[in-house]
Write a protein that binds this ligand. Sequence first.
Ligand SMILES: Cc1cc2nc3c(=O)[nH]c(=O)nc-3n(C[C@H](O)[C@H](O)[C@H](O)COP(=O)(O)OP(=O)(O)OC[C@H]3O[C@@H](n4cnc5c(N)ncnc54)[C@H](O)[C@@H]3O)c2cc1C
Length: 415
Amino acid sequence: MTHPDAVVVVGGGLAGHTAVATLRSCGYQGRITMVTREPEAPYDRPPLSKELLSDASFEPALNPRLDYLDVDLRTATAAVGIRRGEVLTETGSVPFDAAVLAPGLRARRLPAGPGAPPARVLRTLDDAVRLRAELVPGRNVLIAGAGLIGAEVATAAAAAGCRVAVVGPEFGPALDAAPAAVLDAVRGWYGERGVELTIGTRVLETTPAGVLLSDTGFRPADVVVAAIGGEPATSWLRGMQVVLDPAGFISTDEYLRTPLPGVYAAGDAVAWRSSRYGVDMHLEHWHHAAESAQVAARNILGSAETYDPLPYFWSHQLGHSLHYVGRHDPGDTADISPAETGTAGNSTAGNGTAGNSTAGNGTARNGTDARSGWSVTWTRGGRPTAVLAIDAPHLVRRARKVLDAATQPELGAAR
Ligand SMILES: Cc1cc2nc3c(=O)[nH]c(=O)nc-3n(C[C@H](O)[C@H](O)[C@H](O)COP(=O)(O)OP(=O)(O)OC[C@H]3O[C@@H](n4cnc5c(N)ncnc54)[C@H](O)[C@@H]3O)c2cc1C
Protein backbone atom coordinates (compact mmCIF):
# COMPACT_ATOMS: atom_id res chain seq x y z
CA MET A 1 0.00 0.00 0.00
CA THR A 2 1.43 3.39 -0.93
CA HIS A 3 1.21 6.10 1.65
CA PRO A 4 -0.60 9.34 0.84
CA ASP A 5 1.65 12.29 -0.04
CA ALA A 6 -0.27 14.75 2.09
CA VAL A 7 -2.51 14.37 5.13
CA VAL A 8 -4.66 17.16 6.57
CA VAL A 9 -5.89 16.98 10.16
CA VAL A 10 -8.76 19.29 11.07
CA GLY A 11 -8.85 20.03 14.80
CA GLY A 12 -5.96 20.54 17.19
CA GLY A 13 -7.36 18.67 20.17
CA LEU A 14 -6.37 15.29 21.56
CA ALA A 15 -7.71 13.36 18.56
CA GLY A 16 -5.97 15.60 16.04
CA HIS A 17 -2.73 15.47 18.00
CA THR A 18 -2.89 11.70 18.39
CA ALA A 19 -3.56 11.24 14.68
CA VAL A 20 -0.40 13.18 13.88
CA ALA A 21 1.68 11.37 16.51
CA THR A 22 0.45 7.99 15.26
CA LEU A 23 1.19 8.78 11.62
CA ARG A 24 4.75 9.72 12.55
CA SER A 25 5.28 6.81 14.93
CA CYS A 26 4.17 4.47 12.13
CA GLY A 27 6.91 5.90 9.95
CA TYR A 28 4.85 8.25 7.79
CA GLN A 29 7.20 10.80 6.22
CA GLY A 30 4.80 12.76 4.02
CA ARG A 31 3.41 16.25 4.55
CA ILE A 32 1.02 16.78 7.50
CA THR A 33 -0.98 19.97 7.89
CA MET A 34 -3.01 20.61 11.02
CA VAL A 35 -5.75 23.23 10.80
CA THR A 36 -7.14 24.28 14.17
CA ARG A 37 -9.47 27.01 15.31
CA GLU A 38 -7.80 27.67 18.66
CA PRO A 39 -4.78 29.98 18.92
CA GLU A 40 -2.70 27.38 20.80
CA ALA A 41 -0.94 24.22 19.74
CA PRO A 42 -2.82 21.13 20.97
CA TYR A 43 -3.10 20.75 24.75
CA ASP A 44 -4.86 18.37 27.10
CA ARG A 45 -8.36 19.20 28.36
CA PRO A 46 -8.87 17.08 31.53
CA PRO A 47 -6.35 19.17 33.53
CA LEU A 48 -8.37 22.32 32.77
CA SER A 49 -10.96 21.35 35.38
CA LYS A 50 -8.70 19.21 37.60
CA GLU A 51 -5.50 21.24 37.89
CA LEU A 52 -5.61 24.51 36.02
CA LEU A 53 -8.58 26.03 37.86
CA SER A 54 -6.60 25.69 41.08
CA ASP A 55 -3.00 26.01 39.87
CA ALA A 56 -2.27 28.88 37.51
CA SER A 57 1.21 27.55 36.75
CA PHE A 58 0.00 24.18 35.46
CA GLU A 59 0.78 23.55 31.80
CA PRO A 60 -1.66 21.16 30.11
CA ALA A 61 0.79 20.08 27.40
CA LEU A 62 0.33 16.90 25.41
CA ASN A 63 3.16 14.47 25.00
CA PRO A 64 4.94 14.44 22.56
CA ARG A 65 4.84 18.14 21.81
CA LEU A 66 3.79 18.93 18.27
CA ASP A 67 7.01 20.81 17.47
CA TYR A 68 8.83 17.46 17.31
CA LEU A 69 6.41 15.94 14.83
CA ASP A 70 7.19 18.01 11.72
CA VAL A 71 3.72 19.45 11.16
CA ASP A 72 2.58 22.51 9.29
CA LEU A 73 0.50 23.84 12.19
CA ARG A 74 -2.09 26.47 11.28
CA THR A 75 -3.54 27.80 14.52
CA ALA A 76 -6.42 30.28 14.76
CA THR A 77 -7.62 28.93 11.43
CA ALA A 78 -11.05 27.37 11.02
CA ALA A 79 -11.92 24.85 8.37
CA VAL A 80 -15.08 26.03 6.60
CA GLY A 81 -15.69 23.14 4.23
CA ILE A 82 -14.34 20.02 2.60
CA ARG A 83 -14.56 18.48 -0.82
CA ARG A 84 -12.77 15.66 -2.58
CA GLY A 85 -9.04 16.28 -2.12
CA GLU A 86 -9.18 19.65 -0.35
CA VAL A 87 -10.10 21.20 2.97
CA LEU A 88 -11.37 24.75 2.66
CA THR A 89 -10.22 27.11 5.39
CA GLU A 90 -10.71 30.78 6.21
CA THR A 91 -7.34 31.49 4.62
CA GLY A 92 -7.47 29.25 1.56
CA SER A 93 -7.67 25.62 0.60
CA VAL A 94 -5.35 22.82 1.72
CA PRO A 95 -5.05 19.85 -0.64
CA PHE A 96 -4.92 16.32 0.75
CA ASP A 97 -4.72 12.67 -0.22
CA ALA A 98 -6.08 11.68 3.20
CA ALA A 99 -7.68 13.63 6.02
CA VAL A 100 -8.75 13.20 9.64
CA LEU A 101 -11.70 15.27 10.81
CA ALA A 102 -11.43 15.84 14.57
CA PRO A 103 -13.26 19.08 15.40
CA GLY A 104 -14.52 17.88 18.80
CA LEU A 105 -17.31 19.61 20.68
CA ARG A 106 -18.17 23.15 21.55
CA ALA A 107 -19.64 23.85 24.98
CA ARG A 108 -23.42 24.11 25.08
CA ARG A 109 -24.50 27.59 26.26
CA LEU A 110 -27.23 28.69 28.63
CA PRO A 111 -29.62 31.29 27.27
CA ALA A 112 -28.88 34.77 28.67
CA GLY A 113 -31.92 36.83 29.72
CA PRO A 114 -32.22 40.58 28.92
CA GLY A 115 -29.15 42.46 30.13
CA ALA A 116 -27.61 39.30 31.60
CA PRO A 117 -23.98 38.32 31.09
CA PRO A 118 -23.48 34.92 29.45
CA ALA A 119 -22.66 32.04 31.76
CA ARG A 120 -19.06 30.87 31.82
CA VAL A 121 -18.27 27.56 30.10
CA LEU A 122 -15.23 25.28 30.36
CA ARG A 123 -13.99 23.73 27.14
CA THR A 124 -10.83 25.62 26.21
CA LEU A 125 -7.69 26.90 27.88
CA ASP A 126 -9.01 30.42 27.49
CA ASP A 127 -12.27 29.41 29.24
CA ALA A 128 -10.26 27.94 32.13
CA VAL A 129 -8.05 31.01 32.56
CA ARG A 130 -11.09 33.31 32.58
CA LEU A 131 -13.04 31.13 34.98
CA ARG A 132 -10.11 30.80 37.36
CA ALA A 133 -9.98 34.59 37.65
CA GLU A 134 -13.61 34.54 38.83
CA LEU A 135 -13.11 31.98 41.59
CA VAL A 136 -12.47 34.51 44.34
CA PRO A 137 -13.06 33.63 48.04
CA GLY A 138 -16.60 34.46 49.20
CA ARG A 139 -18.06 34.64 45.69
CA ASN A 140 -21.38 32.99 45.14
CA VAL A 141 -20.80 30.48 42.30
CA LEU A 142 -23.73 28.68 40.71
CA ILE A 143 -22.95 25.72 38.45
CA ALA A 144 -25.61 24.50 36.04
CA GLY A 145 -25.10 20.77 35.49
CA ALA A 146 -24.18 18.00 37.93
CA GLY A 147 -22.18 15.92 35.45
CA LEU A 148 -18.44 15.32 35.47
CA ILE A 149 -17.36 18.84 34.60
CA GLY A 150 -19.93 20.44 36.92
CA ALA A 151 -18.63 18.33 39.81
CA GLU A 152 -15.00 19.08 38.97
CA VAL A 153 -15.61 22.83 38.72
CA ALA A 154 -17.48 22.67 42.05
CA THR A 155 -14.43 20.99 43.59
CA ALA A 156 -12.11 23.77 42.41
CA ALA A 157 -14.52 26.58 43.32
CA ALA A 158 -15.03 25.21 46.84
CA ALA A 159 -11.27 24.84 47.28
CA ALA A 160 -10.86 28.46 46.21
CA GLY A 161 -13.16 29.54 49.05
CA CYS A 162 -16.26 30.29 46.98
CA ARG A 163 -19.81 29.57 48.14
CA VAL A 164 -20.84 26.95 45.62
CA ALA A 165 -24.18 25.56 44.48
CA VAL A 166 -24.68 22.89 41.81
CA VAL A 167 -28.08 22.59 40.13
CA GLY A 168 -29.03 20.00 37.54
CA PRO A 169 -31.88 17.81 36.35
CA GLU A 170 -29.93 14.63 37.11
CA PHE A 171 -26.46 13.30 37.89
CA GLY A 172 -24.18 12.84 34.91
CA PRO A 173 -22.93 9.78 33.06
CA ALA A 174 -22.28 6.59 35.09
CA LEU A 175 -24.29 7.95 37.99
CA ASP A 176 -27.53 8.00 36.06
CA ALA A 177 -29.46 4.92 37.13
CA ALA A 178 -26.92 4.23 39.89
CA PRO A 179 -28.33 2.66 43.06
CA ALA A 180 -29.72 5.01 45.69
CA ALA A 181 -26.90 4.09 48.07
CA VAL A 182 -24.35 5.38 45.56
CA LEU A 183 -26.23 8.61 45.02
CA ASP A 184 -26.53 9.12 48.78
CA ALA A 185 -22.77 8.72 49.08
CA VAL A 186 -22.19 11.18 46.24
CA ARG A 187 -24.53 13.69 47.88
CA GLY A 188 -22.41 13.26 51.00
CA TRP A 189 -19.26 14.24 49.05
CA TYR A 190 -20.89 17.54 48.11
CA GLY A 191 -22.02 18.11 51.70
CA GLU A 192 -18.52 17.47 53.09
CA ARG A 193 -17.12 20.23 50.87
CA GLY A 194 -19.93 22.63 51.76
CA VAL A 195 -21.32 22.53 48.21
CA GLU A 196 -25.10 22.83 47.96
CA LEU A 197 -26.48 20.25 45.51
CA THR A 198 -29.95 20.38 43.95
CA ILE A 199 -30.93 17.55 41.63
CA GLY A 200 -34.20 17.65 39.69
CA THR A 201 -34.05 21.33 38.74
CA ARG A 202 -32.92 23.10 35.57
CA VAL A 203 -31.31 26.47 35.15
CA LEU A 204 -33.41 28.14 32.47
CA GLU A 205 -31.34 31.27 31.79
CA THR A 206 -28.95 33.76 33.32
CA THR A 207 -30.27 37.07 34.63
CA PRO A 208 -28.24 40.23 35.43
CA ALA A 209 -27.81 39.09 39.07
CA GLY A 210 -28.14 35.33 38.94
CA VAL A 211 -30.25 32.70 37.22
CA LEU A 212 -33.85 31.62 36.68
CA LEU A 213 -34.52 28.09 37.94
CA SER A 214 -37.25 25.83 36.56
CA ASP A 215 -38.90 25.36 39.97
CA THR A 216 -38.20 28.21 42.37
CA GLY A 217 -37.59 31.10 39.98
CA PHE A 218 -34.80 33.64 40.58
CA ARG A 219 -31.67 32.65 42.45
CA PRO A 220 -28.81 35.10 42.99
CA ALA A 221 -25.26 34.27 41.87
CA ASP A 222 -22.06 36.27 41.29
CA VAL A 223 -20.66 33.73 38.83
CA VAL A 224 -22.70 31.30 36.72
CA VAL A 225 -21.02 28.34 35.03
CA ALA A 226 -22.81 26.29 32.37
CA ALA A 227 -21.56 22.70 32.60
CA ILE A 228 -24.37 21.29 30.48
CA GLY A 229 -22.48 19.27 27.90
CA GLY A 230 -21.36 19.99 24.39
CA GLU A 231 -22.43 19.85 20.77
CA PRO A 232 -20.33 18.60 17.86
CA ALA A 233 -18.44 21.47 16.19
CA THR A 234 -19.54 20.33 12.76
CA SER A 235 -21.88 23.00 11.35
CA TRP A 236 -19.18 23.75 8.73
CA LEU A 237 -19.68 20.22 7.35
CA ARG A 238 -23.37 20.65 6.59
CA GLY A 239 -24.11 20.25 2.90
CA MET A 240 -20.71 18.62 2.25
CA GLN A 241 -20.23 15.00 1.15
CA VAL A 242 -19.63 14.02 4.76
CA VAL A 243 -22.74 12.63 6.47
CA LEU A 244 -23.85 14.10 9.81
CA ASP A 245 -26.29 12.28 12.06
CA PRO A 246 -29.33 14.18 13.41
CA ALA A 247 -27.34 15.44 16.39
CA GLY A 248 -24.53 16.67 14.14
CA PHE A 249 -21.96 13.92 14.81
CA ILE A 250 -19.89 12.81 11.79
CA SER A 251 -21.19 9.39 10.68
CA THR A 252 -18.58 6.80 9.73
CA ASP A 253 -18.40 3.07 9.21
CA GLU A 254 -16.58 0.77 11.63
CA TYR A 255 -13.24 1.77 10.05
CA LEU A 256 -13.97 5.44 10.88
CA ARG A 257 -14.31 6.20 7.15
CA THR A 258 -16.61 8.89 5.88
CA PRO A 259 -18.10 8.59 2.37
CA LEU A 260 -15.47 11.06 1.03
CA PRO A 261 -12.46 9.13 -0.31
CA GLY A 262 -9.52 9.15 2.11
CA VAL A 263 -11.43 11.08 4.77
CA TYR A 264 -11.70 9.65 8.30
CA ALA A 265 -13.15 11.07 11.50
CA ALA A 266 -12.07 10.66 15.13
CA GLY A 267 -12.65 11.99 18.63
CA ASP A 268 -15.66 13.50 20.32
CA ALA A 269 -17.32 14.50 17.03
CA VAL A 270 -17.50 11.04 15.41
CA ALA A 271 -20.43 8.61 15.49
CA TRP A 272 -19.22 5.22 14.27
CA ARG A 273 -20.91 1.89 13.73
CA SER A 274 -20.21 -0.33 16.76
CA SER A 275 -20.50 -4.07 16.16
CA ARG A 276 -20.08 -4.66 19.89
CA TYR A 277 -23.29 -2.83 20.72
CA GLY A 278 -25.05 -3.01 17.36
CA VAL A 279 -25.64 0.75 17.27
CA ASP A 280 -24.09 3.95 15.96
CA MET A 281 -22.14 5.26 18.95
CA HIS A 282 -20.44 8.41 20.02
CA LEU A 283 -18.37 9.03 23.14
CA GLU A 284 -17.02 12.22 24.65
CA HIS A 285 -14.06 10.90 26.60
CA TRP A 286 -10.29 11.09 26.53
CA HIS A 287 -9.45 7.45 25.78
CA HIS A 288 -11.95 7.30 22.95
CA ALA A 289 -10.47 10.46 21.39
CA ALA A 290 -6.97 9.01 21.52
CA GLU A 291 -7.82 5.47 20.44
CA SER A 292 -10.12 6.44 17.57
CA ALA A 293 -7.44 8.78 16.21
CA GLN A 294 -4.86 5.98 16.37
CA VAL A 295 -7.13 3.69 14.38
CA ALA A 296 -7.96 6.39 11.81
CA ALA A 297 -4.25 7.18 11.33
CA ARG A 298 -3.27 3.54 10.93
CA ASN A 299 -6.10 2.97 8.47
CA ILE A 300 -4.85 5.92 6.43
CA LEU A 301 -1.54 4.09 6.21
CA GLY A 302 -3.18 0.91 4.90
CA SER A 303 -4.36 -0.97 7.98
CA ALA A 304 -7.92 -2.24 7.91
CA GLU A 305 -8.73 -1.98 11.61
CA THR A 306 -12.25 -1.76 12.92
CA TYR A 307 -12.86 0.55 15.85
CA ASP A 308 -15.01 -1.00 18.55
CA PRO A 309 -13.90 0.01 22.05
CA LEU A 310 -15.39 -0.55 25.44
CA PRO A 311 -16.44 2.90 26.60
CA TYR A 312 -14.21 4.14 29.44
CA PHE A 313 -13.74 7.38 31.34
CA TRP A 314 -12.47 8.66 34.65
CA SER A 315 -13.17 11.71 36.74
CA HIS A 316 -11.73 13.20 39.93
CA GLN A 317 -14.33 15.08 41.87
CA LEU A 318 -14.92 16.24 45.45
CA GLY A 319 -11.91 14.28 46.64
CA HIS A 320 -12.96 11.00 45.00
CA SER A 321 -12.10 9.15 41.81
CA LEU A 322 -14.61 7.57 39.43
CA HIS A 323 -13.63 5.09 36.73
CA TYR A 324 -16.38 3.76 34.50
CA VAL A 325 -16.08 0.97 31.91
CA GLY A 326 -18.82 -0.40 29.66
CA ARG A 327 -22.31 0.78 28.92
CA HIS A 328 -25.37 0.21 31.07
CA ASP A 329 -29.03 0.91 30.52
CA PRO A 330 -31.35 2.24 33.21
CA GLY A 331 -33.05 -1.17 33.46
CA ASP A 332 -29.84 -3.11 34.20
CA THR A 333 -29.42 -4.59 37.66
CA ALA A 334 -26.81 -2.91 39.82
CA ASP A 335 -24.77 -4.61 42.51
CA ILE A 336 -22.54 -2.72 44.97
CA SER A 337 -19.38 -4.29 46.41
CA PRO A 338 -16.44 -3.12 48.48
CA ALA A 339 -13.32 -2.94 46.31
CA GLU A 340 -11.60 -5.92 47.94
CA THR A 341 -14.31 -8.25 46.69
CA GLY A 342 -15.40 -6.04 43.79
CA THR A 343 -17.61 -7.74 41.25
CA ALA A 344 -15.51 -6.08 38.58
CA GLY A 345 -13.69 -9.33 38.20
CA ASN A 346 -15.11 -11.80 40.63
CA SER A 347 -16.68 -15.09 39.80
CA THR A 348 -20.18 -13.71 39.39
CA ALA A 349 -19.26 -11.47 36.49
CA GLY A 350 -19.43 -13.03 33.07
CA ASN A 351 -20.38 -16.54 34.05
CA GLY A 352 -24.05 -16.10 33.58
CA THR A 353 -24.97 -15.65 37.22
CA ALA A 354 -25.54 -12.16 38.43
CA GLY A 355 -24.67 -12.80 42.04
CA ASN A 356 -26.49 -10.99 44.77
CA SER A 357 -28.05 -8.28 42.65
CA THR A 358 -30.13 -6.41 45.12
CA ALA A 359 -28.96 -2.90 44.53
CA GLY A 360 -30.93 -2.14 41.38
CA ASN A 361 -33.86 -1.31 43.61
CA GLY A 362 -31.75 1.01 45.69
CA THR A 363 -30.64 -1.42 48.39
CA ALA A 364 -26.88 -1.81 48.69
CA ARG A 365 -25.76 -5.36 49.34
CA ASN A 366 -22.66 -4.00 50.99
CA GLY A 367 -21.90 -0.62 52.47
CA THR A 368 -20.52 2.15 50.33
CA ASP A 369 -18.06 3.29 52.95
CA ALA A 370 -15.29 0.72 52.54
CA ARG A 371 -12.01 2.53 53.09
CA SER A 372 -10.37 1.11 49.98
CA GLY A 373 -13.22 2.08 47.70
CA TRP A 374 -16.11 0.22 46.18
CA SER A 375 -17.62 -0.67 42.84
CA VAL A 376 -20.97 -0.94 41.14
CA THR A 377 -21.44 -3.70 38.56
CA TRP A 378 -24.43 -3.55 36.25
CA THR A 379 -25.71 -6.79 34.70
CA ARG A 380 -28.35 -7.73 32.17
CA GLY A 381 -29.56 -11.29 31.76
CA GLY A 382 -26.76 -12.33 34.11
CA ARG A 383 -23.99 -10.75 32.02
CA PRO A 384 -22.05 -7.69 33.17
CA THR A 385 -22.64 -4.55 31.11
CA ALA A 386 -20.69 -1.91 33.03
CA VAL A 387 -18.56 -1.28 36.10
CA LEU A 388 -18.15 1.94 38.06
CA ALA A 389 -15.13 1.87 40.38
CA ILE A 390 -15.21 4.53 43.08
CA ASP A 391 -11.88 5.28 44.75
CA ALA A 392 -10.73 1.94 43.36
CA PRO A 393 -8.82 2.53 40.10
CA HIS A 394 -7.12 -0.86 40.45
CA LEU A 395 -10.41 -2.54 39.51
CA VAL A 396 -10.45 -1.06 36.03
CA ARG A 397 -8.07 -3.47 34.32
CA ARG A 398 -9.97 -6.54 35.50
CA ALA A 399 -13.29 -4.93 34.70
CA ARG A 400 -12.16 -4.22 31.15
CA LYS A 401 -11.21 -7.85 30.59
CA VAL A 402 -14.46 -9.20 31.96
CA LEU A 403 -16.61 -6.69 30.09
CA ASP A 404 -14.70 -7.09 26.87
CA ALA A 405 -15.36 -10.82 26.91
CA ALA A 406 -19.00 -10.34 27.88
CA THR A 407 -19.78 -7.82 25.14
CA GLN A 408 -18.14 -9.45 22.13
CA PRO A 409 -20.59 -9.21 19.23
CA GLU A 410 -20.74 -12.95 18.57
CA LEU A 411 -22.17 -13.49 22.05
CA GLY A 412 -25.03 -11.20 21.14
CA ALA A 413 -24.84 -9.97 24.72
CA ALA A 414 -25.31 -6.66 26.44
CA ARG A 415 -26.87 -4.80 23.56
C1 LIG B 1 -12.65 20.46 31.21
C2 LIG B 1 -12.66 19.08 30.64
C3 LIG B 1 -12.32 18.00 31.43
C4 LIG B 1 -12.34 16.71 30.92
N1 LIG B 1 -12.03 15.66 31.75
C5 LIG B 1 -12.09 14.40 31.26
C6 LIG B 1 -11.82 13.29 32.10
O1 LIG B 1 -11.53 13.45 33.28
N2 LIG B 1 -11.89 12.05 31.58
C7 LIG B 1 -12.20 11.82 30.27
O2 LIG B 1 -12.26 10.66 29.85
N3 LIG B 1 -12.45 12.86 29.44
C8 LIG B 1 -12.41 14.14 29.91
N4 LIG B 1 -12.68 15.19 29.08
C9 LIG B 1 -13.02 14.93 27.68
C10 LIG B 1 -11.79 14.87 26.77
O3 LIG B 1 -10.92 15.93 27.05
C11 LIG B 1 -12.28 14.92 25.34
O4 LIG B 1 -12.95 13.71 25.10
C12 LIG B 1 -11.18 15.13 24.32
O5 LIG B 1 -10.53 16.35 24.54
C13 LIG B 1 -11.76 15.12 22.91
O6 LIG B 1 -10.76 15.36 21.99
P1 LIG B 1 -11.09 15.83 20.50
O7 LIG B 1 -9.76 16.04 19.87
O8 LIG B 1 -12.07 14.94 19.88
O9 LIG B 1 -11.85 17.22 20.63
P2 LIG B 1 -11.34 18.62 21.25
O10 LIG B 1 -10.40 18.37 22.37
O11 LIG B 1 -12.58 19.39 21.50
O12 LIG B 1 -10.52 19.28 20.06
C14 LIG B 1 -11.13 19.72 18.87
C15 LIG B 1 -10.32 20.87 18.30
O13 LIG B 1 -10.83 21.15 17.00
C16 LIG B 1 -10.95 22.55 16.84
N5 LIG B 1 -11.97 22.84 15.83
C17 LIG B 1 -13.32 22.77 15.94
N6 LIG B 1 -13.91 23.11 14.77
C18 LIG B 1 -12.91 23.42 13.91
C19 LIG B 1 -12.86 23.87 12.57
N7 LIG B 1 -13.98 24.07 11.84
N8 LIG B 1 -11.67 24.10 12.01
C20 LIG B 1 -10.52 23.91 12.71
N9 LIG B 1 -10.51 23.49 14.00
C21 LIG B 1 -11.68 23.25 14.58
C22 LIG B 1 -11.37 23.01 18.23
O14 LIG B 1 -11.15 24.40 18.39
C23 LIG B 1 -10.45 22.14 19.10
O15 LIG B 1 -9.19 22.74 19.23
C24 LIG B 1 -12.68 16.50 29.56
C25 LIG B 1 -13.03 17.59 28.76
C26 LIG B 1 -13.02 18.87 29.28
C27 LIG B 1 -13.40 20.04 28.40
